[in-house]
Design a protein around this ligand. Structure first.
Ligand code: ZN
Length: 163
């Protein structure tokens, strides 16, 4: 997987858009449960993702980007939720934060691995820079997780154990 710069930028835009969409859903879900504090966290993450997407678009300028038919980065649905309609499942704030954290971690690994695998110096540089940014998002979610009570009924399968 050695991306050219346009390929890398196209994937990065798609990744940030996906994150913005998912965070918006999570924010709405938390708001429906009157959890405005966690909803606000997710709304901030929507803004960061959109800002990052727009920054990348600005740097793309007039460069023609490849159209992505399919790509490997997609947010996973929560483990107990089967399919799209299940996403409205009444998720606890703790679970929503854990879910987001798991996906931020995957985004970090994705940027890091793509950067490391590329022979293009700019892709290497941007991959490392974006991975750093995602590491910051993981840390922000960790802070919120530390403040959020863990529900007594936990998921049976915990796909992303905290280190
Ligand atoms: Zn992020």
């Amino acid at each position: 997987m050695s991306y050219t710069l346009p390929e890398f930028l196209a994937h990065a835009i798609a990744l940030e858009q996906e994150a913005a969409d998912r965070y918006l859903e999570l924010a709405d879900m938390m708001e429906a449960q009157q959890n405005n504090a966690v909803a606000a966290v997710f709304r901030d993450m929507v803004r960061y993702s959109e800002m990052h997407r727009d920054e990348i678009r600005a740097r793309v300028g007039a460069t023609e980007l490849p159209k992505l038919k399919s790509w490997q980065y997609r947010w996973r649905t929560p483990p107990e939720v089967g399919g799209e309609e299940g996403f409205d499942y009444l998720m606890e704030p703790y679970h929503a934060l854990r879910y987001a954290r798991g996906n931020e971690l995957r985004a970090m690994e994705y940027y890091r691995d793509v950067g490391a695998a590329s022979s293009d110096a700019e892709v290497k540089r941007l991959g490392a820079e974006f991975a750093e940014e995602e590491t910051g998002h993981v840390a922000a979610l960790d802070e919120w997780l530390a403040r959020t009570p863990r529900p007594s009924a936990t998921w049976d399968a915990d796909p992303d154990p905290l280190p």
